[in-house]
Design a protein around this ligand. Structure first.
Ligand SMILES: NC(=O)c1ccc[n+]([C@@H]2O[C@H](COP(=O)([O-])OP(=O)(O)OC[C@H]3O[C@@H](n4cnc5c(N)ncnc54)[C@H](O)[C@@H]3O)[C@@H](O)[C@H]2O)c1
Ligand SMILES: O=C(O)CC[C@@H](O)C(=O)O
Length: 327
């Protein structure tokens, strides 16, 4: 009897994916290569992706056998969940797999900006000893604005509290009482923008959050503002950000994510006031293992007819998923 085909289109730890070998036929492709994805997906019954694979109506139209799309990570902005639901395809993610890693990177990026760590490191490597050129600022006493007080936003707050900072948030789905109980003040967005020294962004990318921080919001900022984005490119408008930084209307930015990745045509990586990383928020061994284990377990359960963890579209299960099993 042939095994269900599981197509893995982004890198996952092979020592974990090997656990499916007995019951599934594992195939690999490069999801960022659209032609390769469209050629491989027609036979797939499960598709496991990370952030580089875009799953839209066209992919679903090429995938008549598909039962489940499993996102080994948090963000679902690269999956058309409504189209998947209409097609009866389950969508699952791994919502807690990498949040600690992202929160830790966020703290690292903030400290990197305040103490010019990348530039100081590069300078010593180049044989220089320019101590006076790298005078920084203390984080202690600064106001930190957390845009989006969900899982990652709350972990960032916990990790920054010992630095003796003022913690503030804006999140329309969180009450002031909830934030206050965690030692964090709640403010409307415009007030937050005009108050904080650091704005760290932790919202999902949706039509409503795309461009949420644009020219108007940045114009409200103090000259001391540093913007951190470890969430998704496009939530902070890159043109507006580059222009505010180039004009020294704000002090700096640290970016793990970009509107287009890699950011080949963006001016931002070339500005001295910007610290960049290549979308490595989830790039720890622990986070990758958790994400892979979570979605591999979900795929196995889906084919065994067992409850599927991380399911984001329960309405899809009625159509296709309930009908498939593995021996
Ligand atoms: N850099 C990386 O590798 C990496 C890794 C994991 C997650 N992420 C990104 O981080 C995002 C956040 O992850 P999370 O686990 O904290 O998600 P979450 O769902 O737990 O929290 C998101 C929060 O944003 C809030 N929000 C929504 N719209 C808002 C708005 N207009 N203004 C303010 N707040 C708003 C929500 O109410 C929610 O509380 C993910 O969607 C993903 O895009 C990036
Ligand atoms: O796939 C990745 O490595 C990035 C994942 C991250 O952006 C997420 O949203 O979980």
């Amino acid at each position: 009897m042939s095994h269900p085909v599981v197509l893995i289109s982004d890198p996952l730890p092979t020592r974990l994916t090997a656990e499916l070998n007995e019951d599934f036929e594992i195939r690999q492709c490069t999801g960022s290569n659209r032609a390769a994805l469209l050629a491989a997906v027609p036979e797939a019954e499960a598709l496991i992706i990370r952030s580089a694979t875009r799953v839209d109506q066209e992919v679903l139209d090429h995938a008549p056998r598909l039962r489940i799309i499993a996102r080994a990570g948090v963000g679902l902005d690269n999956v058309d969940v409504d189209a998947a639901t209409r097609a009866g395809v389950m969508v699952v993610n791994a919502p807690v797999s990498n949040v600690t890693s992202v929160a830790e990177l966020t703290v690292g990026l903030i400290l990197s900006m305040f103490r010019h760590l990348p530039a100081a490191h590069a300078s010593v490597r180049a044989g220089e000893w320019r101590r006076a050129d790298f005078q920084g600022s203390e984080l202690s006493g600064k106001s930190i604005g957390i845009l989006g007080f969900g899982r990652i936003g709350q972990l960032v707050a916990e990790r920054l509290a010992p630095f003796e900072v003022e913690l503030l948030t804006h999140d329309p789905n969180v009450t002031a009482e909830f934030a206050f109980a965690q030692g964090v003040g709640w403010m409307p967005l415009d007030e937050l923008m005009s108050t904080v020294d650091v704005l760290t962004v932790h919202v999902p990318r949706t039509p409503a959050t795309t461009g949420l921080i644009g020219a108007r919001e940045l114009a409200l900022a103090k000259p001391s503002l540093r913007v951190v984005n470890t969430s998704r490119g496009g939530i902070v408008d890159e043109t507006a950000l580059a222009s505010a930084l180039a004009a020294e209307r704000i002090a700096g930015a640290a970016l793990d994510v970009f509107e287009t990745e890699p950011p080949t045509h963006s001016p931002l990586p070339h500005l001295d006031s910007v610290v960049c990383t290549p979308h490595i928020g989830a790039g720890t061994r622990e986070a990758q293992d958790r994400a892979a284990s979570t979605v591999l377990g979900a795929v196995r359960n889906a084919f065994l007819g067992l409850p599927v963890g991380g399911l984001v579209n329960p309405a899809a299960t009625a159509a296709r998923a309930a009908t498939v099993t593995v021996s």
